[in-house]
Design a binder for this molecule. Structure first.
Ligand SMILES: *Cc1c(COP(=O)(O)O)cnc(C)c1O
Length: 492
């Protein structure tokens, strides 16, 4: 079999034109609200639809492209359409379409990036992006870092560096000799606890700090959490501040947390996966006040910056921490002498990451920042925050809805209320309302638990979402309330 034919440039060009055409049509349809936000198909039903056996022999050339387009159309139809202005669900970026084209280029080039020689221009552009992001946060000149695949991996990477920096011996080489812990708000993303458990610290490795009425870490509770860790025989090495938290978009107060870290010699890690992008907005960057004092920061570019997943920056106030987190020899990749000195060249990125082969992420970020300019990213943050305020205003004016909190970011939790309804029924009813709204197809929103109660949750990720869309969401929830009421009455 001639396997080289699959690489034919002419056929790539022809199919490429068709694929781009299809995607552009799809984009327009989703933006025009001509599609349901998401197809509500049960997992087993969808699995049954994709039951074609994988053939031993492929299709003849003239049929293959046709079949690819057919498959692609089905995938598009069965996907969740973030471009639909009724998508107010998770924190995933509404991706910049042209960033998608750059990602296609990255896929085609497939320059790996464990070492400079595997991806030269990719390595250099990643460094420039990291420099820009660090400077945008106000980190000092000594700062540096890397891009990695997602906030979860990013938080683990930064906490590995924190452990190595604040342990009294070389944990990386010798293994961990004492139980350690980080202090982290009870509202933090689950990946922080997962990271410490991956490091073998057990569940007590994430010592919970209480939050205030706005779901922000309460700095007054830090000493108590610290003492509790000591009582369990653990040494606390770091505090993790969430900027902002995932459930409610609450920004932990970094200044007093930084003071506490300074006083006790603790590493300050800021999980800015969602909210670090606020640094681009003159109006909003005050929310991050104190972030410039962090030892490390995680920043997802695939959330508010509008880049396709996954693309995450891990930034360190001292760039050397980055390679010390993985002080490991791999003679076939990294220069062993440099490794021994623990001072590695900046350009072999595999010394800084869990990944060996790494997809190039810096190219897309670099190019989009070059053409849109940094102000664009601030304006995007402002637009999303403004839309969240619109929704807050609508909810406040409605007597049949209540807010869980004031929005600090582009995330808002709320619920539908009926007078005299018991809490358990009210919770169950929010879930049902959401199901009915999703079936209707004009909106996608999510739900979350806050202090035991169930709330509906929106994240405004699309600047094309209008006030009328948000009014429509409330109307849709009210219609759903009627449907749920009627169904309950029919069962009685
Ligand atoms: C989204 C998020 C994460 C997880 O990031 P992924 O890129 O989804 O792995 C971690 N922390 C916070 C605060 C987040 O909002």
């Amino acid at each position: 079999m001639d396997t080289t034919r699959a690489h034919d440039p002419t056929s790539f060009r022809v199919l490429g034109g068709e694929v781009i055409g299809l995607l552009a049509e799809h984009l327009a349809a989703a933006q025009a609200r001509d599609l349901p936000v998401l197809p509500t198909i049960r997992p087993d039903e969808l699995l049954a639809r994709w039951d074609q056996p994988f053939p031993r022999a492929g299709l003849p050339a003239e049929r293959a492209d046709e079949r690819l387009l057919e498959l692609l159309r089905a995938v598009l139809e069965q996907s969740i359409h973030l471009q639909h202005p009724g998508y107010v669900g998770h924190q995933v970026a509404l991706p910049l379409p042209k960033a998608g084209l750059l990602e296609l280029t990255a896929a085609l080039l497939n320059n790996g990036m464990a070492v400079y020689e595997m991806g030269q221009v990719q390595t250099v552009l990643e460094r420039r992006v990291v420099e820009l992001l660090a400077a945008t946060l106000g980190l000092p000149e000594t700062a540096g870092g890397l891009l990695t695949h997602g906030g979860s991996l990013g938080n683990l990477t930064a906490l590995l560096a924190a452990r190595q920096a604040r342990s009294e011996h070389d944990v990386w080489s010798e293994g961990q000799r004492e139980p350690l812990a980080v202090l982290v708000s009870e509202q933090a993303h689950y990946c922080v606890a997962r990271a410490v458990q991956v490091m073998g610290w057990g569940a007590g490795g994430a010592q919970r700090v209480a939050t205030d009425g706005a779901f922000r870490l309460d700095p007054a509770d830090l000493p108590r959490a610290h003492q509790r860790a000591r009582d369990e025989g653990r040494r606390v090495v770091a505090v993790v501040a969430s900027c902002c938290s995932t459930a409610t978009g609450s920004f932990d107060p970094v200044e007093p947390i930084a003071d506490y870290c300074e006083e006790h010699g603790l590493w300050l890690h800021v999980d800015g996966a969602h909210g670090a992008s606020f640094a681009f907005s003159a109006a909003q960057r005050g929310r991050l006040s104190g972030v410039e004092r962090a030892d490390s920061v995680v920043w997802d570019l695939h959330k508010m910056m509008g880049l396709p997943a996954l693309s995450t920056a891990v930034l360190y106030r001292d760039d050397r921490r980055s390679t010390q987190a993985f002080a490991q020899d791999a003679a076939y990749l990294f220069d062993a002498d440099a490794a021994a000195a623990r001072e590695r060249p900046w350009y072999d990125l595999g010394t800084r990451t869990l990944e060996c082969t790494k997809r190039s992420m810096g190219v897309t970020a670099y190019c989009m920042l070059q053409v849109l300019g940094t102000d664009w990213f601030g304006a995007q943050v402002d637009a999303l925050v403004e839309r969240t305020r619109w929704f807050e205003t609508l909810l406040e004016a409605a007597t049949d809805f209540e807010l869980a909190h004031r929005p600090q970011a582009n995330i808002l939790c709320f619920r539908h209320v009926l007078e005299g309804e018991p809490a358990a029924e009210r919770d169950l009813r929010q879930e049902r309302l959401r199901e009915v709204v999703l079936e209707e197809g004009s909106y996608y929103l999510v739900q979350t638990r806050l202090r035991g109660a169930l709330w509906l949750r929106v994240t405004l990720m699309n600047p094309a979402t209008t006030r009328a869309d948000l009014e429509g969401l409330l109307a849709s929830l009210r219609r759903a309330a009627e449907v749920v009421r009627a169904r309950a009455a029919a069962r009685r």
